[in-house]
Design a protein around this ligand. Structure first.
Ligand SMILES: N[C@@H](CCC(=O)N[C@@H](CS)C(=O)NCC(=O)O)C(=O)O
Length: 237
């Protein structure tokens, strides 16, 4: 294959899970850094919807501008360990991915605005970013901490009820496990998320035995170890 072009930023964000999935499926990635943190790509102009991740498969020219669409395309076109084994497994994987996507969109992403001190309402193409509008930073962090705890508890409770194996859909790792892993490790280890850790008294995933078990299992996969390297320590968010 000719590999893929992949535009993102030098952060964990919504990009690292795609790098990991490519590593696990042997897909060659040509990384492009987008403005304002790089010069290879301009999301405001080149992305159909003004956001990243953005992707093109050089073998056929298909261009995708949504992380779930990218991941589902990759694991079905380039079969490997993360390719769902049944329709049921595919649907459950997409559902757990959506948990991580919502957690990212409504908890981690608004925290990015606080971490980067960006309270201009229109600095993103996708959503309003005046997280600090009502009550300032302290109230913002406190509200997002409550939301974090609620979202995490829902997932943890459901995993307990389902009593599955080492991963969300059973004994095999899915692409949803990878996204849950990158979100959890971002909160646990990146410098910027110190504010959330502090707000959770240093234990943002307290009593989350199942979630932490999944992250441990993902973190032991050799391709994950190699792909991630020291990024959680180096990247700000
Ligand atoms: N549903 C989209 C959301 C993409 C998204 O919000 N991307 C963020 C970065 S993780 C972005 O481009 N933000 C900048 C902006 O909105 O201008 C996906 O999952 O790809």
């Amino acid at each position: 294959m000719n590999g893929i072009d992949f535009a993102y930023l030098p952060i964990i964000g919504r990009g690292e899970q795609i790098n990991i999935i490519c590593a696990m499926h042997g897909i060659k990635v040509n990384t492009m850094m987008t403005k304002p943190m790089g010069d290879d790509f301009d999301k405001d102009v080149q992305s159909p919807f003004g956001t990243i991740p953005w992707f093109r498969d050089n073998s056929n020219g298909i261009e995708l501008n949504d992380s779930l669409a990218i991941v589902q395309y990759l694991v079905s076109k380039y079969k490997g360990p993360l390719t769902p084994k049944s329709h049921e497994n595919a649907a459950l994987t997409a559902m757990y991915w959506a948990w991580a996507q919502d957690y990212y969109s409504f908890v981690l992403s608004p925290l990015h605005d606080i971490i980067t001190d960006n309270s201009d309402p229109f600095w993103r193409n996708l959503r309003l970013t005046n997280t600090l509008a009502d009550g300032g930073k302290e109230v913002g962090i406190s509200n997002l901490t409550i939301l974090h705890q609620k979202r995490v508890q829902y997932l943890e409770n459901y995993l307990t009820k389902m009593n599955l194996g080492n991963f969300v859909t059973g004994e095999n790792c899915s692409y949803a496990d990878i996204f849950i892993y990158t979100c959890v490790k971002t909160v646990q280890e990146t410098g910027g998320f110190g504010i959330l850790r502090e707000s959770c008294d240093g234990v943002p995933f307290k009593d989350c035995t199942n979630i932490l078990k999944i992250c441990k299992s993902v973190g032991e996969i050799p391709e994950v170890i190699e792909c991630v390297g020291s990024k959680f320590q180096e990247y700000p968010i």
